[in-house]
Design a protein around this ligand. Structure first.
Ligand code: ITT
Length: 196
């Protein structure tokens, strides 16, 4: 049975593949379907966007599809960048632009608490969908540290650690991250589907 991971983010794809045990499933990704246009992420919540990505890709490919929508919520910024994490500094912006904007917005702010949040949706080819979510609490530091991972990883120190996700590396990140927690729930709750 084929399952499409509905992402064009290579880092995210790599993390999902190394965290989740897909057992006998044949795993594809949006990179295998270049003719399918990007899904417009216009939902107001991570859940709405994750569902939209999973349903559109499953309908377009005729396969089951799994989608991840994630964001960084910074408490003193009322949850921003949140659902707009990918384009915080504007359309077509880079990870570096987003990190610089976040540091600017946090300049002089004492409360550095934040959480990464993920919703993962699974859709069958008819568009029947289920979701799980995961959260990882931590702090935003005031300089970029580390070179692994992607996105806001060089600024985020997870609770219980002193190094950023980008310094801790994939082994630790993939054990404790928002994505790891959501995928652990997926593994528990979707076992019937996965073992079919
Ligand atoms: P797809 O929609 O194709 O999956 P995307 O990069 O647009 O890829 P999102 O819509 O979920 O993914 O965007 C979330 C953004 O939040 C992402 O571009 C990163 O900047 C950031 N992000 C998400 N997960 C992250 C993580 O584990 N570590 C660091 N930053 C992350």
């Amino acid at each position: 049975m084929k399952l499409v991971i509905a992402t064009r983010n290579a880092h995210k794809l790599e993390e999902i593949k190394s965290i989740f045990d897909f057992q006998h499933l044949e795993v594809l990704s949006a990179f295998d379907f270049p003719e399918i246009p990007d899904v417009i992420e216009d939902g107001n919540t991570l859940e709405a966007n994750a569902i939209k990505k999973a349903v559109e890709i499953s309908k377009a490919t005729g396969c089951w599809a799994m989608a991840d929508d994630s964001g960084l919520e910074v408490n003193v910024l009322d949850g921003a960048p949140g659902v707009y994490s990918a384009r915080y500094a504007g359309e077509q912006c880079s990870y570096s632009d987003n990190n610089k904007k976040l540091l600017r917005e946090l300049m002089g702010k004492k409360d550095r608490s934040a959480q990464f949040c993920t919703v993962i949706a699974l859709s069958d080819p008819e568009g029947n969908v289920k979701t799980v979510s995961g959260k990882c609490h931590g702090l935003i530091i005031d300089e970029l540290r580390g070179s692994t991972g992607f996105g806001y990883d060089p600024l985020f120190v997870p609770e219980g650690y002193t190094e950023t996700f980008a310094e801790l590396g994939s082994e630790v990140k993939n054990r404790i991250s928002h994505r790891a927690q959501a995928l652990q729930k997926a593994c528990d709750e979707w076992a019937d589907f996965i073992s079919r």
